[in-house]
Ligand binder design. Structure first.
Ligand SMILES: [Fe+2]
Length: 375
């Protein structure tokens, strides 16, 4: 190892050094001590160092460049840290850690049906690369179809497990979309189901929705799906002030019956950490009475209605018929869905649904595609 003579300036709060390439950089003492490579257990991969137990604020007794690393001998404790300079460079400007699941969304329109990513369940079970491709399609386009599903309850559970866990809602772990004798929800009738995202009355509406079609021989009942990101992006360009209102104002949603009273506030247009549209929340049957100041409603309602009408435009509405043996999987915060009315006596129609968590989906995608983690 060769010692270099690059000057390192130790201040009260941190140290300044010049990184390879000549870039000056500053690092905080607490951060350097807390993130010493020895702070992390190689087996559990968890942090095992507890900075709260340091008796005095961390301060270097000496600091020098040794080869391609920064060596710090800490004052007041018997400990030396060795930080690789290229690792330090990744954190020098405060930019966020790269995330392999942070993929740009691709908006889609009414003609998307033929291009929906499709995977057979057997292929997904056999090939982790196919699972990664499936999850990528869900992150980028928000929708994918899994084909050749077994006609069983377990078939749906097995599919969810390739992504994460079944995520219960206030009505349980699964739901059955077919005509019910005493329906508590329009979905359980043969009537038309207006365009919506599911259960916005929950504080954390479920992230990924699965609809497994077990039977579909009725007349009518076409599926209606659209990409909320495509609509909201166009809405942003056409009506920027309306867009601001819908993306900044919380409005109330509810779901109430004999034994439950679920309430939350959501934004109709949802933005991600980059300020890009990540999705929408829309549900006429769960929208509560808007309890905003009446003068705010003077501008909110026209904006809300302009957006609602745009959602129903032919430019965006993908109309198709889901077939028995298919499971459509989609981002419940992005893909707005509905159904045309059908004739309940013309045949059988049965969709079994459930949800998974969006964060868990991204976790699985990272684990499958992240550097050095591909198995
Ligand atoms: Fe739904």
């Amino acid at each position: 190892m060769s010692l270099t003579t690059s000057p390192i300036t130790v201040t009260e709060t941190g140290l300044e050094l010049v990184l390879p390439g000549g870039k000056p950089a500053y690092f905080n003492h607490y951060w350097l001590r807390d993130n010493c490579p020895t702070s992390f257990d190689s087996q559990t991969r968890e942090r095992v160092f507890d900075i709260f137990h340091l008796e005095t604020p961390p301060r270097p007794r000496s600091a020098q460049i040794v080869g391609d690393a920064l060596e710090i001998v800490w004052d007041g404790e018997n400990h030396t840290s060795l930080h690789a300079l290229d690792w330090l460079a990744a954190y020098a400007t405060g930019q966020r850690r790269a995330d392999p699941s942070d993929l740009a969304r691709r908006a889609w329109y009414a003609n998307h049906y033929a291009d929906i990513a499709r995977f057979s369940q057997a292929d997904l079970k056999a090939d982790k690369a196919k699972v990664a491709a499936w999850l990528k399609a869900l992150i980028v386009e928000g929708v994918a179809i899994v084909t050749e599903m077994p006609d069983s309850d377990e078939g749906l559970t097995d599919l969810v497990k390739l992504m994460g866990h079944v995520r219960p809602t206030f009505f349980g772990e699964y739901f059955d979309v077919r005509t019910h004798i005493e329906p508590t929800n329009l979905a359980y009738t043969a009537k038309a189901l207006e365009l919506h995202t599911d259960t916005p009355a929950e504080e954390m509406a479920p992230g990924v929705q699965f609809l497994h079609c077990r039977a579909n021989s009725v007349e009518g009942g076409a599926n209606l799906f659209l990409d909320g990101v495509a609509v909201a992006n166009d809405f942003r360009a056409l009506h920027p002030e309306d867009f601001r209102l819908l993306s900044e104002t919380d409005v109330p949603f509810y779901c109430e019956h004999d034994t439950y009273d679920v309430r939350s506030r959501q934004r109709v247009i949802e933005l991600d950490e980059h300020g890009e549209v990540s999705g929408v929340t829309i549900s006429q049957h769960m929208a509560d009475v808007f309890d905003l100041p009446q003068h705010v409603l003077d501008s909110y309602y026209p904006a809300f209605c302009r957006f609602g009408r745009m959602l129903q435009s032919d430019k965006y509405l993908m109309r198709f018929r889901i077939n028995a043996g298919e499971c459509i999987v989609f981002d419940n915060h992005r893909i707005v869905h509905g159904r045309e009315a059908y004739s309940a006596t013309s045949g059988a129609r049965y969709l079994r649904g459930t949800y998974a968590d969006r964060g868990e989906m991204r976790s699985t995608y990272r684990a499958l595609t992240g550097e050095g983690r591909f198995k």
